[in-house]
Ligand binder design. Structure first.
Ligand SMILES: NC(=O)c1ccc[n+]([C@@H]2O[C@H](COP(=O)([O-])OP(=O)(O)OC[C@H]3O[C@@H](n4cnc5c(N)ncnc54)[C@H](O)[C@@H]3O)[C@@H](O)[C@H]2O)c1
Length: 238
């Protein structure tokens, strides 16, 4: 929730901007995948004045994006309108040959999801008559019909390649989580079986409380009356 939405959300835009220095305001930026990373990227791109389009394969996530105010459509529909297309799905070949065929001249594509699998660069290479490097981290593929498709950071994670990854102020929470979970496993290994466990809620709550206090933010505390009221079904139902 924090690392991916706020960390990847910000650092992905940072990577796009550092690599291209293109103004986002008024541009159409397509976010492929509306998970935690996609939500963060979409909201931050909208904050820069971009027209954000979301593509999804999960109907619930797609509906959430639509109700968050973004235009939702297939990537085939979005590709001809896009100035930027950024993948954050964890999936393979999300941007594929038939999408490159639809893109307008100068479209910029980047990945901030899984390794370098999300953009089918082999297909793009096959469609291209030549590749140039107008700026660091930008590869311009000249297609045989005269259009250019710009790929950032060779399709690798643009926030790590062209920017500096997540700021320390979000990684502190991720690392606190990992450290406290390792401690939890060390203390409780006897009663654990080999499977994936959720992070215990009290670890999440303890880290959030620490982070709030480091930010100088105080929150209210439940009174005993409120605690009883929230835990009961007898009052407030008739
Ligand atoms: N760049 C970074 O530093 C960084 C940091 C954290 C996570 N990640 C990576 O980003 C990816 C996304 O992470 P997340 O937490 O948002 O995951 P998530 O599972 O919450 O969201 C991924 C979304 O992509 C959607 N999706 C899958 N295939 C799709 C397709 N073909 N077209 C459109 N949408 C598709 C899924 O339905 C899902 O909603 C993961 O691969 C993760 O490892 C990168």
């Amino acid at each position: 929730m924090f690392d991916n939405r706020y960390g990847t959300g910000q650092s992905t835009l940072d990577g796009l901007i550092r690599a291209t220095n293109v103004l986002l305001a008024g541009k159409t930026l397509v976010v492929c995948g509306y998970g935690w990373c996609g939500r963060g990227l979409a909201s931050r791109a909208a904050g820069h004045g971009a027209h954000v389009v979301v593509t999804e394969v999960d109907p619930v996530r797609a509906l959430e994006a639509a109700m968050d105010g973004y235009r939702v459509m297939t990537l085939a529909e979005a590709a001809p309108q896009a100035d930027f297309i950024v993948t954050v799905t964890g999936d393979i070949n999300v941007i594929d040959r038939h999408h490159f065929e639809l893109m307008k001249d100068g479209c910029i594509v980047a990945n901030s999801g899984h390794f370098n699998d999300e953009i089918n660069l082999a297909a793009l290479d096959d469609m291209a008559s030549g590749v140039s490097r107008p700026r660091p981290y930008v590869e311009a593929y000249r297609l045989r019909d005269g259009r250019t498709v710009n790929v950032l950071a060779q399709g690798r994670l643009v926030n790590l390649a062209a920017a500096e990854g997540h700021p320390a102020a979000v990684m502190d929470m991720s690392f606190a989580n990992q450290a406290l979970c390792a401690e939890y496993v060390a203390r409780h290994h006897a009663e654990l079986v080999p499977r994936v466990y959720d992070v215990p809620a009290d670890i999440d709550a303890a880290i959030a409380a620490l982070k709030l206090s480091s930010m100088g933010i105080g929150i209210d505390v439940l009174s005993e009356e409120q605690r009883r009221y929230l835990a009961s079904w007898e009052s407030g139902t008739s």
